[in-house]
Design a protein around this ligand. Structure first.
Ligand code: 13P
Ligand code: SF4
Length: 322
């Protein structure tokens, strides 16, 4: 457990357990703490809810707290703000971005859509994008509901899927629906390779491989199951295997070991010394979370016109994936 140290611009009390202090402050602020499965263990352990992007969106949509302390990356906190304009949404570190989100700036997408106006695209945006991109989309999806959302798309429209080419290709394989794909990638998931997966399989021949759809085609082909982080938890619970190779960001292993202590989870390896951690997700710490809730900043704020337009495809997704 982390203890509070010197006090820099916050009310942290020396010698008091910081996790307990955060929980006390949370009650005073009538706040809820939402944490993504990739957050550091200390944050997962104090959260009211830990889950994938879809689960977190539903939690954000139904909360009656006044404040949402969002322990995740920027687009996740922004999504919570889009559907909760009257609540205050706080993110421990404003620099917690995402390589997928960065790959698709709204101006670039707007220009692409203008240039290809003849295609009359139906835009499906993976939730890993900024509010400006969501505002240009027809519907949002997450890795947990992507095939459902694609199957529900109008049959007579061309689909543009942004920004993750790997998730998009995986959904095409599953649904048979042709789509044009934005060429973004997650810098963490593309580090797993067929070679690194084959190597770990030799060491654990009986262990099934579960991989995230942001992985490349070669890795997905070697996996026994490809799914969102929440579905990975279900897969690991239901699998009769005692050892499972988990090919996603390493933070999920904390939740897996906590909820399924009798099994062993082997982190997906890469060919180099890359640790399988998302540097953006790991920017949030217990200290920053406490200070952010104390100072009520960094706070997510959006222009009302963008927020209103971005809310439409998010609500469409929440309705379609009920
Ligand atoms: P999930 O929605 O499956 O948790 O994925 C989010 C993410 O950022 C994957 O890299
Ligand atoms: Fe973005 Fe990849 Fe980090 Fe997920 S793991 S937040 S997709 S950079």
């Amino acid at each position: 457990m982390v203890s509070a140290g010197i006090n820099f611009g916050s009310s942290r009390r020396t010698g008091v357990d910081l996790a307990e202090e955060l929980l006390e402050l949370k009650r005073e602020r009538n706040a809820i703490i939402l944490a993504h499965n990739y957050q550091v263990p200390e944050l997962q352990d104090v959260a009211d809810f830990v889950g994938d992007s879809l689960g977190l969106s539903y939690q954000a949509a139904k909360t009656d707290a006044d404040v949402i302390l969002f322990c995740g990356v920027h687009f996740m906190a922004e999504t919570a703000k889009i559907i909760n304009p009257t609540k205050r949404v706080i993110l421990p570190d404003l620099d917690a971005g995402c390589s997928l989100s960065e790959s698709c700036p709204p101006e670039k997408l707007a220009e692409f859509l203008r240039k290809h106006a003849d295609k009359n695209y139906y835009v499906i945006a993976y939730i890993n994008c900024g509010a400006g991109v969501k505002a240009l989309a027809d519907v949002i999806c997450t890795s947990g509901n992507a095939d459902k959302i694609v199957r529900a798309a109008p049959a007579d429209r061309n689909i543009l899927f942004v920004p993750d080419q790997n998730l998009g290709a995986w959904v095409m394989e599953r649904t048979g629906r042709k789509m044009d794909l934005w060429q973004g990638t997650c810098y963490v998931h593309v580090e797993f390779t067929a070679r690194s997966i084959n190597k770990i399989r030799e060491r654990y021949p009986g262990a099934p491989v579960v991989a995230h759809p942001e992985c490349t085609y070669a890795v997905r082909m070697l996996a026994d199951e490809v799914c969102s982080t929440e579905k990975m938890v279900t897969f690991c619970k239901e699998s009769p295997a005692r050892e499972i190779i988990v090919v996603t960001e390493a933070g999920l292993l904390h939740r897996l070991s906590k909820e399924i202590p009798a099994k062993t989870f082997i982190p997906g390896p890469t060919d180099n010394c890359f640790c399988g951690e998302c540097r953006f997700m790991k920017m949030n710490t217990l200290e920053k979370a406490y200070d952010a809730l104390w100072n009520m900043e960094p706070e997510i704020n959006l222009s009302e016109s963008v927020r209103k337009r971005a809310e439409i495809p998010i609500l469409r997704m929440l309705e379609l994936s009920k």
